[in-house]
Design a protein around this ligand. Structure first.
Ligand SMILES: Nc1ncnc2c1ncn2[C@@H]1O[C@H](COP(=O)(O)OP(=O)(O)OP(=O)(O)O)[C@@H](O)[C@H]1O
Ligand SMILES: [Mg+2]
Length: 388
């Protein structure tokens, strides 16, 4: 079999082989479903997780994405049982496990610090969870050998963690979890310490293993791209709450809050007022700067003050057309495959940030007059008083 380009070890086996070696002989391994209701946690009077509800399907890859301090780790630690929630429940396949200690949950954990035992060899590290579970010596030898071979780590079996590279250590950490085939794996920024290239490779490895073993994974990161690459669904967290729990496409195309629109892809916000409804059912927003943006139908009433949100890549430069917004190009920076432009709209109030536009075709020059518009599918409309 040709070696996959993502394989971490020259001559080592791929993630597919690792997955195949770890899969049980008889029945296919599948993850379990996870249900969370009303999870809350406060520290010293400050609420850090504020009512998290989510249903995670068996075999799903779910990521908590949010800025520092938004409550991602605390939520994960409550799922794991390391942190006791003030209220709320955690269930696995419908069974309430809220009171169960971490050792009894049979979850796998992978954290940013590999937490390998420094005094143990690679082999001993990977064997450890099986020893805890009372697996026979012969079976431990067989499974550890198989796992290390599949991970391309056999030749490092006798080494201590400090004698391995970061990527190799991370691989050992992953083996140590997968060797006992936990139905649910929780990972907190497991790739945070790796450089970009290695991180990209490990993302592919993790995704392949998860998919082939059908594991349920709950993952924490503050790296947007990583979340998009790995996840079936992403929970965007802010101030201890889930702002939106959706597929990557759902989050991009139908952000439900201004925060989500801005967090993923830095939206432009334009203030305006909703016009009388037209026959096509679309929502039209007359902008304060002049011009009209047409959006899909949104639940708002004529006259309502709103903020329309459009991503930089979705604003289009057009030759003068009815309702378009006119302005002047302030900056134009070529960044490889596209040009980033900022446009000062005519009539923009002082202090309003210029529009950010990304275009791959015929970028205008600084000082040029332009007309800006957007397709209705690319315009989201929020009430003007919505925070974010
Ligand atoms: N044991 C603790 N005692 C007091 N406050 C805590 C404790 N653990 C977490 N916090 C606070 O709870 C908030 C959420 O922390 P948490 O670690 O869940 O954030 P996070 O989203 O994982 O952030 P990061 O991306 O920086 O890891 C933070 O303001 C943090 O200071
Ligand atoms: Mg954290």
């Amino acid at each position: 079999m040709p070696e996959r380009p993502t394989s971490l070890t020259a001559g080592g086996l791929s993630a597919d082989d690792l997955a195949a070696a770890l899969a049980p002989r008889s029945s296919p391994l599948t993850g379990k479903s996870l249900s969370v209701t009303g999870l809350r946690k406060s520290y010293g009077g400050t609420t850090v997780v504020d009512g998290v509800d989510m249903e995670i399907a068996a075999g799903e890859f779910v990521t908590f994405l949010g800025s520092s301090g938004s409550g991602k780790t605390t939520t994960l630690m409550m799922l794991a049982g390391f942190t006791e929630p003030d209220s709320g429940t955690v269930s696995v396949d419908g069974r309430d496990i809220t009171g169960l200690n971490p050792g009894k949950r049979d979850f796998g954990f992978v954290f940013q610090q590999y937490l390998l035992f420094p005094h143990m060899t690679v082999e001993e590290n990977v064997a450890f969870p099986l020893q805890l579970r009372g697996v026979s010596k012969a079976e431990i030898r067989r499974r550890v050998g198989e796992t290390l071979q599949a991970a391309g780590l056999s030749k490092f079996a006798g080494r201590k963690p400090r004698e391995l590279s970061g990527g190799q250590q991370q691989r050992v950490a992953l083996c140590r979890v997968l060797v006992y085939r936990p139905p649910i794996v929780l990972m907190d920024e497991p790739l945070g310490a790796l450089d970009k290239k290695l991180r990209d490779q490990m993302q592919t490895e993790i995704k392949t293993i998860q998919r082939e073993l059908g594991l349920t994974v709950v993952y924490v990161t503050h790296d947007q791209e990583e979340a998009l690459v790995l996840s079936d669904r992403i929970a965007i967290m802010k101030d201890g709450r889930i702002e939106q729990f959706d597929t990557p496409r759902g989050l991009f195309e139908h952000p439900r809050t201004p925060f989500v629109a801005d967090f993923l892809g830095a939206a432009n916000f334009l203030n305006g007022k909703v016009e009388e409804p037209a026959a096509d059912g679309c929502t039209r927003v007359r902008l304060d700067t002049g011009g009209v943006l047409t959006a899909r139908e949104h639940p708002c009433v004529p006259g309502q003050r709103v903020r329309a949100a459009v991503r930089p890549g979705k604003l289009r430069l057009v030759s003068a057309e009815e309702g378009c917004c006119t302005g002047t190009v302030e900056t134009a920076v070529y960044v490889g495959s596209l040009t980033r432009i900022s446009v000062r709209l005519d009539g923009a109030a002082p202090g309003t940030p210029p529009l950010r536009i990304e275009t791959a075709v015929a970028p205008p020059r600084v000082g040029e007059r332009v007309c800006v518009t957007a397709e209705r599918e690319d315009v989201s409309v929020f009430d003007a008083t919505d925070g974010g």
